[in-house]
Ligand binder design. Sequence first.
Ligand code: GDP
Length: 368
Amino acid sequence: MEIVIVLVALAAVVLAIGVTVGIGLSHRREGPAGIEPPIPADEIAPGGVATATAPKLEAPPIAPPVRPSFRDRLGKARGTVSGYLAAIRSRKVDDETWDELEEALIRADVGVAATQRILGDLRAAAEADSVSDPEDLLDRLKAQLKSELASGDRALHLDRPGSEGARPAVWLFVGVNGVGKTTTIGKVAHQQQALGRSVIMAAGDTFRAAAAEQLATWAERTESDIVRGSEGGDPSSVVYDAVQRGAARGHDIVLADTAGRLHTKSNLMEELRKVRRVADRDPGNVTEVLLILDATTGQNGLAQAQQFAEAVDLTGVVLTKLDGSAKGGIALAIQTALDIPIKLVGLGETIADLVEFDPDDYVEALFT
Ligand code: GDP
């Protein structure tokens, strides 16, 4: 009898352990909602195949391919002007309305000169039409801002007049350190590949070892070819080698990183001019020189843009970090003061967070 009791107790214990372990395992496998837990991004190889031995990547995880919207990502910049807009909407148009509009635009870093010109034009037209409804006035402001931003060639070109079909096209990325050059090159590679083009990266910032490392991470992540030089080596020869290899391997575009800092500013600008000259040598064909600007630096970005524009003929601006910027008006300042089209905008850190600049969406996101 005692033996039977002991056996029954043992069986109960074994059963209880089995059930507990079973539940634990099934939870781990399915997760609480019965969904397969995601594989951590650093365990996903560039080809999308999970592997435990993949090197740990520093770049942020690949986001789902959802196009981020200006409306969703410009919350911080909208916050800068929303209080003023609420005050303007609360009464008929009067002198104070104009002061509030001026402060709103200057706070958003549209810049004093651009703000005064824009509001001067708007006021003249509004007074001529006896506009008193604040909504009417704000609609006119938005329409004017959209038209200020409407001009400019925002396309990214593979060809240049007179050298059609020459490949590879070279796109140079210039700008000071930390603005998001490497990240943008990774994002652009991803976009161009999605369009069926093959790219090769050139780690032209030989001044900082970390820059080449970071670019290599993006090359791995996007499965792109890359040419790296030795630290402190000649950036022009890295870009030249990338052009040669790009031509030999049939790549469409060389995405060339450049240094953001050298011993002196004049060195840097001189070097950029040289990189451009060398990149343009047959079979290379420089079709884009893109200045990367960090939107959170506001008016400082404008000064940087002026310096780079003097050194190399810029074809466009990529405005990064607009998602984290309270100074979203800088896009207006750049385009109106420098007449350089903003071609792309960074709205976050992941690979999908780069979109074409859409003036209408941008103005609506900022002033609604
Ligand atoms: P580089 O020195 O110019 O090459 O700059 P990096 O590409 O290393 O970028 C510097 C930092 O800015 C990194 O932490 C990036 O993840 C971040 N970054 C780049 N673009 C964006 C963007 O559009 N939005 C946000 N929020 N962060 C960005």
